[in-house]
Write a protein that binds this ligand. Sequence first.
Ligand code: HEM
Length: 462
Amino acid sequence: MALAMVILALFLLLCFCSALLRWNEVRYSKKGLPPGTMGWPVFGETTEFLKQGPNFMKSQRARYGSIFKSHILGCPTIVSMDPEVNRYVLMNESKGLVPGYPQSMLDILGKCNIAAVHGGAHKLMRGALLAIVSPIMIKDRLLPKIDDFMRSHLRNWDPQIIDIQEKTKEMALRSSLKQIAGIETGPLSESFIPEFFKLVLGTLSLPIDLPGTNYRRGIQARKNIIKLLQQLINERRDSKIQKDDMLGYFMSEENKYKLNDEEIIDQIITLLYSGYETVSTTSMMAVKFLHDHPKVLQQLREEHLAIREKKNPEDPIDWDDLKAMKFTRAVINETSRLATIVNGVLRKTTKDMELNGFLIPKGWRIYVYTREINYDPFLYSEPFTFNPWRWLDKNLESHNYFFIFGGGTRHCPGKELGIAEISTFLHYFVTKYRWEEVGGDKLLKFPRVEAPSGFHIRVSSY
Ligand code: HEM
């Protein structure tokens, strides 16, 4: 009898679950939508997506083709793994394909944040950002600061075990703080940094505004950061001294982009946020790949020793040195490709539209999933081999499907600055140190590249 009851209960549960799944499919079934599955009400297929990562994407593609529908991260979503469609989406923001980042990110990064604006407002914010990270700015103002920072950051790492993930994160954040507002060690950086970490965590959380949630902490951290930055702006305005940093440039009369304080603060948060994980993770993974590929490390080291040989020990890296780091650039590109630091970008439709023969309703997300392009054997022969030389042979950076730094009107404005930072870091790292992995650290590839318990290396002087 008891067994019959259990079987009946299981049967009813099964019926209930399949009814729920069916209901969710029907709810989102609209003529013209791409094939795919929508999973559970509310949660959709988020668990499968996060757990199986790239394998979930590949298995859906095998069943439904390169464009399929799903329900991930709280929204009905079209996933595109088609290079041509991805390119179209990135190039056609004006046709109603605007950024579609999660609500928590928009709330915490601010309404003037570049990902929150489009049309004329985006043009203004992007113009102001591009002016601040232009090649001439990197050459004359930013590179000296980066060099100065890297020298002191990489001092005295030997002989000891360090967590290179922690060091590269600290490097990306502190180097940006120095460039942006001249913030170095001291009380301001000590109050700023913990708030920034809370802000980052908040952007990656569900927008549930309850005490104790990462979202609530992120919102509070935003408020604290605004207070700190506003205070800095006021002090500078009162003192009437124009400082030679990004904030100084934003505030200066000669800047043709006239931004108000709220816009300046959101620009600063944008700059810090966008360059933080991308630069730190690429640097960490470059260290990992160089360790595993001694021939690559040898050629990279030769490039940097040759630069150093022509200089006095205290001479900084300058623009000409940076331009001469051709193999370093290839190592950075190959690291970004093979590690896939950015899996894709999110867009949202502002109206019903046709895409590649499918009808996409207004308000749906489009996940421009670019990861698989990095492993396409037609573009990159032996795609799973770490081979920086491939970037020297052909002009791979300018092919139509090079999406490592995004594309179209949202192409990364910080690309050259990011490369300059990573190159300078590698310069001091490989000329000063040799290293070996301690071993046993786990590296996750998805949804973000990270070492959950740190990535430890034993450093000794070179
Ligand atoms: C290796 C380093 C980097 C990688 C791989 C990278 C990657 C990307 C990608 C894929 C996008 C496109 C996002 C989208 O289309 O929605 C993007 C946009 C952006 N990146 Fe980077 N990035 C890097 C470094 C930086 C740095 C150092 C900065 C800061 C100066 C920066 C600032 C930005 C900004 C502000 C945007 C938004 C542009 C817009 O919406 O118009 N990035 N980046």
